[in-house]
Design a protein around this ligand. Structure first.
Ligand SMILES: Cc1cc2nc3c(=O)[nH]c(=O)nc-3n(C[C@H](O)[C@H](O)[C@H](O)COP(=O)(O)O)c2cc1C
Length: 193
């Protein structure tokens, strides 16, 4: 419970990234996510080392494809992030369109896998953050990673060692987000703002 309750996302990440053996454990944890119909929609594409600037260029190309007017500042920021993060795990969704298991359930299984990755990283002393942005929806970028349509990206997890562990952010009170149903519709104090 201490591991689960102390996890926080961070993008302030330095070397080292997980070793090959640690990554295997982390991905094994990912594949323990619930998955209706055993469709196994998780696909993880690991980008590290020399592949990082190559992929950073693909991300910049994607940004310009989606919006040719993207300011240079934004392009440089994104390029630097993808080129310098110790490791990026692209979250692929291998989707079965028209299957009796609806797409949203397949996507949920991928999300559950991503959460297990974040928790496994933290349990091993690493840090990470799940990021997305418009490029996540670019079918060309997904294809360049090996996810041709109908398969898609669910985002990216930046991975590394937290460079300067800072206090975990304050979290909301679970009582505001839960209720006991006793026959009538419930309300949540989280909704009263
Ligand atoms: C699907 C998804 C996409 C996200 N995309 C981004 C993003 O592009 N940029 C960002 O700063 N945070 C993004 N976040 C939020 C962070 O991953 C993270 O949850 C947030 O910084 C809060 O940190 P916490 O996990 O410690 O609560 C995304 C989260 C999810 C679930």
């Amino acid at each position: 419970m201490d591991v689960l309750l102390s996890r926080a996302s961070t993008d302030r990440l330095a070397d080292p990234a997980p070793s090959a053996a640690q990554l295997e454990q982390i991905l094994a944890a990912a594949l323990r996510a619930p998955d209706h119909g055993r469709l196994r929609p998780w696909r993880y594409i690991v980008i590290e080392g020399e592949a990082r600037p190559l992929f950073a260029q693909k991300v910049v190309d994607s940004m310009l494809r989606l919006d040719p007017q993207t300011p240079e500042f934004n392009l440089t920021k994104r390029r630097t992030r993808f080129a310098t993060m110790p490791m990026t795990i692209a979250l692929g969704m291998h989707l079965r369109v028209g299957h009796k298991i609806p797409l949203w359930e397949q996507e949920m299984a991928v999300a559950a896998g991503a959460m297990n990755i974040l928790n496994a990283l933290h349990a091993l002393g690493f840090g990470g953050i799940w990021v997305s942005g418009p490029v996540t929806q670019d079918p060309v970028l997904a294809t360049e990673l090996g996810l041709a349509a109908p398969h898609r990206l669910a985002g990216f997890i930046f991975v590394g060692t937290p460079d300067n562990p800072h206090p975990a952010p304050a979290r909301p009170d679970p009582a505001a987000f839960s209720a006991r149903w006793q026959g009538a519709p419930v309300t949540f104090s989280a909704d009263k703002d």
